[in-house]
Design a protein around this ligand. Structure first.
Ligand code: UDP
Ligand code: MG
Length: 320
């Protein structure tokens, strides 16, 4: 394609009007310093504020700025995936819009890439300015994910990473709906390496990941890469039936050889509640998987593009 560039920087944005100008300025500075051709590919994930207008304005006079506008909010992971679909670069860098991922690290990433690594992910050694709750849940989640999945998903990495064109092309082949991008990148393999950094505070605004979205992301991460919760459920089921069977023997014995059978109402209730709770949560686990199977079977596109700006090619309906 004619607009082949060395680097594509993919920036997913959801209501980032307070920070996006600074993000653009810093990214541009870093990329200009690297001194090779590049494009800044912004994905507007259904922002309700003026994020779109700001980037539209940039796209008007900066030909390096490209913009994809979703028809609504599809979520961070989907926005990243769209960025990979549209990127032209020989290497693709994914970075958050809120400057928690320092753009200056891109230089280190490109150096590693030139040394022959196909995936360079950024590992956070510290997370500044994030609540203890966020850090604790993130810690637990990464440990849980590690213990449940077979593939090696690096602990404490977000989606801030550089991937080679080869990896990007493979990622484009993966059409699953409930995406956990960092897991998928690990799954496709290739030579992977790490650069470390201290995660900054969000420059402005607040996290666009409320608990609901965090929960969805972690469930996607686990269910996309592991059946173990299902196995655990059946294992627990077997264990409980065994316990139930043993208790049944006790009850029969009491019935036949003692006269203490009428008492024990509370133990029956306790066991009932316990077992029903257990059965329901197992059903819940199964439901999580079935829901995702259903999502896949519908065959809907992962996202819908309303409009693109500054992008040539088939999907372009550029109105600049
Ligand atoms: N984001 C997005 N769609 C969403 C939520 C978030 O594109 O539905 C973007 C957001 O603009 C930011 C990145 O994803 O660039 C990470 O979000 P955030 O900083 O809120 O997450 P946190 O750092 O708190 O985990
Ligand atoms: Mg953030």
């Amino acid at each position: 394609m004619s607009d082949q560039v060395q680097y594509s920087v993919v920036i997913p944005m959801y209501n980032e009007e307070e920070v996006i100008q600074e993000t653009y300025r810093r990214l541009k500075k870093v990329m200009d310093e690297i001194g090779e051709s590049y494009e800044l590919l912004f994905i507007n994930d259904g922002s309700q504020d003026s994020t779109l207008e700001i980037i539209k304005e940039y796209a008007r006079w900066d030909k390096k700025v490209k913009l994809i506008e979703f028809s609504r909010n599809f979520g961070h992971q989907v926005a990243i995936s769209a960025g990979m679909d549209f990127a032209n670069g020989n290497a693709v860098i994914v970075i958050d819009a809120d400057l928690q991922d320092p753009p200056e690290l891109i230089k280190d990433m490109t150096d590693q890439w030139k040394d022959g690594y196909e995936v360079v992910y950024a590992k956070r050694t510290k997370r500044k300015g994030e609540t203890a709750f966020k850090r604790a849940t993130a810690f637990l989640f990464y440990r849980l994910l590690k213990s449940l999945t077979e593939i090696d998903i690096p602990v404490n990495t977000g989606d801030f990473r550089l991937i080679d064109r080869k990896v990007c092309d493979q990622m484009k082949q993966l059409h699953e709906k409930n995406r956990f991008v960092r897991g998928l990148v690990s799954w496709v393999g290739f030579n992977q390496t790490v650069v470390e950094y201290e995660r900054d505070e969000r420059l402005h605004g607040e996290s666009k990941y409320p608990i609901k979205k965090m929960l969805k992301l972690s469930l996607d991460g686990i269910t996309s890469f592991s059946y173990k919760p299902l196995k655990l459920a059946s294992f627990a089921g077997v264990l409980l039936s065994l316990a139930g069977f043993l208790y049944m023997l006790v009850v029969i014995y009491q019935k036949l050889f003692t006269d203490s059978t009428v008492t024990g109402w509370s133990s029956v209730i306790v066991i009932q509640l316990l077992f029903f709770g257990f059965v329901l949560s197992i059903l819940g686990v199964i439901g999580e998987y079935i829901g995702r199977i259903y999502d896949e079977s519908k065959g809907r596109p992962i996202y819908i593009v309303k409009q693109t700006y500054g992008i040539n090619g088939l999907k372009d309906n550029d109105t600049l």
